[in-house]
Design a protein around this ligand. Structure first.
Ligand code: F3S
Length: 410
């Protein structure tokens, strides 16, 4: 990979060990992917924040950069941590976990990272424009940034994104180049998509269908048959697709990179999605037991999604011994509080969690051994043995609510 004279000097340690280490990591990544050069990025979104997933290795890595006096050089935000900073005790988090999680957050702060603790960084001042180069980790955010906004990012990992945040550059390869963003598979949707979970299930059907192809940067679907979707529906679709390795999708007439998808006339594969395909997924994942807990907010719920929960509850109250958790972030929580949505949810018995996510928060296994959600990504990841490993089931939001709420006696 070509380096400028200034970059060569940074690599040689002229500006200190922290910058040299960060740059050498980017050079390794760039060489591996045969990038031609480094390009400036306008923001970074850093993943790998939870002590549950990062463990002591994450603490050591951050200690190293902090001790060297490293600082990020561009606006950089953070993915969810393993707990709500203020209410961790209420959520069955033990003291040792909390202590280590706070140490991780403190280290990120000392590096100059804004501790937003959300997987929806576009809720925190990242104004993305079409063609803008950024360095983001967190698969659902990458897919939404690439697809919905037409911004350009590869799937950074926890270390490469931290290095990109420190240097302010990333290797120029993959999704930073227009030619790698052209759709390679075609999807025609002939099913009715009414709500968030329908889009999430569509992501499962599409992701599974093209999973086997050895595309260098994953399947890039061009989807037809989706009209006027709410933005959070596409966020849910992208998150589900991301769990199969897709980092970019186009929707004809909806997503912005028309010049890339309107001229393509041949595809490596095609798929028609019928109602029965969605029904089959719902059937396979429906609970055959009485659920005790439902979790909503993967990716973190926005104001509109929280309002949808209020409408679904429709004046009912959480039944005794049941839990209904909504995962959001501090930006959306603040707005929801201001307009009365937080009060309405809490009055009905809903717990609202910020700073964390349904997958990276630990659960009290003596209370919860099966979980209900409306998100395919949550379903995949909560069940994953490497994370919580708790069997997880899927229903549309309204049905999740119906399982756990009851009428208030007159
Ligand atoms: Fe976000 Fe956690 Fe889901 S990071 S996308 S809520 S797995």
């Amino acid at each position: 990979m070509y380096l400028t004279r200034e970059e060569e000097q940074v690599l040689a340690g002229v500006q200190g060990e922290a910058l040299a280490t960060a740059l050498s990591l980017l050079v390794d990544v760039g060489d591996f992917y045969e990038a031609s050069k480094l390009i400036p990025v306008s923001s970074a979104h850093i993943s790998g924040v939870s002590y549950l997933t990062g463990g002591d290795g994450l603490i050591d890595q951050l200690d190293y950069f902090v001790e060297l006096g490293a600082r990020v050089s561009i606006y950089s935000t953070l993915n969810p941590s393993g707990m709500d900073r203020d209410h961790w005790k209420d959520h069955f988090i033990d003291l040792e976990f909390a202590t280590k999680q706070f140490r991780i957050l403190d280290n990120f702060k000392r590096l100059g990272v804004v501790t937003t603790l959300s997987c929806t960084p576009y809720d925190f001042g990242h104004i993305l424009t079409k063609g803008q180069h950024v360095a983001w980790a967190e698969s659902s955010a990458i897919t939404f940034a690439n697809s919905f906004f037409g911004a350009r990012t590869n799937k950074e990992d926890a270390l490469s994104v931290l290095s990109a945040a420190i240097i302010g550059k990333t290797p120029y390869y993959g999704f930073h180049l227009a030619e790698n963003r052209v759709p390679n598979v075609h999807v025609r949707v002939e099913a009715t998509l009414d709500e968030y979970s329908d889009y999430s299930v569509l992501g499962e059907v599409v992701g599974r269908a093209f999973n086997r192809h050895p595309f260098p940067f994953g399947a890039i679907p061009l989807i037809e048959g989706i009209h006027n979707p709410r933005p959070h529906y596409l966020k849910g679709l992208g998150a589900a697709l991301a769990s199969f390795g897709t980092q970019l999708f186009h929707v004809r007439g909806v997503t912005p990179e028309r010049e890339l998808y309107e001229t393509v006339d041949s595809f490596d594969d095609e798929l028609v999605v019928e109602q029965s395909d969605l029904d089959e997924v719902y059937e396979h994942l429906k609970p055959d037991f009485e659920p005790k807990i439902a979790v909503i907010g993967c990716p973190n719920a926005n104001l509109e999604e929280m309002q949808e929960v209020v409408e679904a509850i429709d004046g009912r109250k959480l039944a005794n011994g049941k839990e209904f958790w909504v995962f959001t972030n501090r930006a959306q929580f603040g707005m929801a509080k201001a307009v009365g949505i937080v009060d309405a949810l809490e009055k009905a018995g809903v717990k609202i969690l910020v700073d964390t996510c349904p997958e990276v928060t630990p659960y009290d296994r003596s209370r919860f051994n099966r979980i209900l959600t409306n998100s395919i990504k949550a379903q995949h990841y909560i069940s994953a043995p490497s994370l919580n490993g708790i069997p997880t089931y899927l229903l549309p939001l309204r049905e999740c609510v119906n399982q756990l709420f009851e009428e208030v006696p007159e």
